[in-house]
Design a protein around this ligand. Structure first.
Ligand code: FAI
Length: 531
């Protein structure tokens, strides 16, 4: 064993913004004979708990100044953290400048992330940028051959356990593990700061992209059982699956989380003040979506759109769950239910289905809020802004001889909101504010139309309807029709109107086909590819 495998903890510097759990742990350190050095507020908390600790100002010979902007930024602190104990010259410098060696650093940082997330203004956020803390953390982590560093108070328990086992020493394996965590912590902290700063800049250069957050959940596995997976928190404050409260059900899986996210993002497009909305997601695609006066009938309409696919689906709502909705959900096999809130009566009913995971988000996700979407590629990270594109009736361009009437326009806009959340090539037929047939993920647009039509035919059979609901429907296409074939197939299935971006070199042919079939067609001028 080398002399750095075990480091005996004789002196600790503790400087923590979040003081929960401090007194008890610091007490254990003191009992083990460790000398404590501390900064203003932390020192006070230690003394209030009846513990003896040295003021860092005594060590530095300077008072804390500038509202705490300068407290530990001093060679007597950083020398104590960075000195290589096996080097004669480092030891001589310690001796010459009265630098006390620090063997353990416990620091948690000013709550920048929480402050930014609360929507605080830039000046308030800037005041919460911790400078001295990260500087000490990085010094201790760099010098982990001689120093143990805790950036989370709970990690102090690991150090205390190790000290109990190793006669007051912390082993290298633990110190290295803590050092890696320390660098990840400061990197995530700085990412959050960069992110908040960028929000103040009109056109940020973003020549570096950084993102970081703490682990929320180690998942049993990823998309498949042989893939490792973890859920981390992102700095943005977006209500949704990652911050939701799980009130019942089995542990969430990777696929549950991904699908619940897709479901909640889609249902959040529907203003709960206008109507109740329900969507059912399978494999990241909606298989049914509907609006209605209340969540229960929205759910029943969404379910009927494709009952076969809805089996084992994820259901999302834009309003609080009530008893009638819970009752309707309970009749079907559902993996996850996600909603802003739930009435007690609804939770009582759902508790009868123990395995159903119920997530309450507290609020809907603002569909207009800026944010990042990430995808990894070999050797790279593809980053794009979230698709916040939306259109209103007044922005649409009528390109056919016939313009859509009021009912048709309502269904066109409903289908357009939906198609944005369907994997490309995507086609959505909708009638009376409910999806009639959805064609997703096809390699040709006409095939997506055919799939959507077939789904509508299947739904008619399943429900015992006289005809598929593509009859008299509105049809949305996430990108332009490159040929008239898709439009002709939609017309043959009974669609009365179409919404699509337009912009094909064959738009004239496509418009002529629509006119010939008596369709009304509008262009959005906006595409909604989703891969
Ligand atoms: N400026 C400094 O020298 C400095 N040194 C430590 N801190 C931070 O001060 C906080 C603790 O302050 P207090 O003990 O006064 O409550 C910790 O979050 C620590 O990271 C500093 N504050 C900010 O940069």
């Amino acid at each position: 064993m080398s002399d750095t495998d075990l480091v005996v903890i004789k002196r600790a510097l503790i400087s923590v913004s979040d003081k929960s759990g401090l007194a008890e742990r610091a007490g254990t350190l003191a009992q083990a004979g460790v000398e404590l050095i501390s900064t203003g507020g932390t020192l006070q908390a230690l003394r209030d708990a009846g513990l003896e600790a040295r003021d860092v100002s005594e060590v530095t010979g300077y008072p804390e100044m500038m509202d705490g902007r300068v407290k530990t930024l001093h060679p007597r602190v950083h020398g104590g953290l960075l000195a290589r104990r096996e080097r004669e010259d480092d030891l001589a410098a310690m001796e010459a400048h009265a630098i006390p060696g620090i063997d353990l650093l416990v620091v948690n940082l000013y709550p920048f992330e929480e402050t930014a997330r609360s929507g605080a203004g830039i000046e308030a956020c800037i005041e919460k940028i911790d400078v001295g803390g990260p500087a000490m953390i990085r010094a201790a982590a760099k010098n982990h051959r001689h120093v143990a560093v805790c950036v989370d108070m709970r990690d102090l328990d690991k150090v205390l356990e190790a000290m109990a086992r190793h006669e007051g020493a912390a082993p290298l394996s633990l110190r290295r593990h803590l050092a890696a965590k320390a660098f990840a912590r400061t990197a995530a902290y700085d990412s959050a700061i960069a992110c908040r700063m960028e929000a103040e800049i009109d056109k940020p250069a973003r020549s570096w992209f950084t993102l970081g957050g703490p682990r929320l959940q180690k998942l049993r596995y990823g998309e498949n059982p042989h893939q490792d997976a973890t859920l981390y928190a992102a700095p943005e404050a977006r209500p949704g699956v990652a911050s939701a409260r799980q009130v019942q059900g089995k542990e969430l899986s990777y696929n549950n989380i991904a699908d619940a996210d897709a479901a909640f993002e889609l249902v959040s497009e529907f203003d709960p003040g206008d109507s109740a909305a329900a969507v059912i997601i399978k494999h990241a695609n909606p298989c049914g979506a509907a609006q209605a006066d209340n969540p229960a009938s929205a759910y029943e309409r969404a379910f009927a759109a494709d009952p076969v696919s809805a089996f084992g689906g994820i259901a999302a709502f834009n309003r609080s769950l009530d008893a009638a909705t819970a009752d309707a959900i309970s009749r079907n096999f559902t993996e996850v239910v996600i909603a802003p809130d739930a009435e007690d009566a609804a939770l009582d009913i759902l508790s009868g289905k123990k395995n159903v995971r119920v997530l309450l988000t507290g609020a809907l996700a603002d569909p207009d809020a800026a944010g990042w979407m990430l995808k990894s590629v070999a050797g790279g990270l593809l980053v794009q802004a979230r698709d916040t594109g939306r259109v209103s009736a007044s922005q649409l361009k009528v390109v056919t001889q016939r313009a859509p009437d009021e009912d048709e326009m309502a269904d066109l806009l409903f289908a357009w909101r939906l198609v944005k959340h369907v994997k490309s090539n995507a086609i959505v037929f909708a009638r009376d504010q409910r999806s009639a047939g959805i064609g997703m993920g096809q390699t040709s647009r006409v095939e997506a139309v055919r799939l959507a039509v077939r789904k509508a035919e299947d739904a008619a059979k399943e429900n015992g309807w006289d005809e598929p609901r593509t009859k008299g429907s509105a049809c949305a296409s996430d990108a332009f029709f490159p040929f008239p074939d898709g439009v002709l197939e939609a017309a043959a299935a009974g669609a009365r109107c179409i919404i699509q971006p337009g912009g094909s070199v064959r738009d004239a042919e496509v418009i002529a086909a629509a006119d010939e079939a008596g369709l009304a067609m509008v262009f959005t001028g906006m595409r909604h590819f989703r891969h």
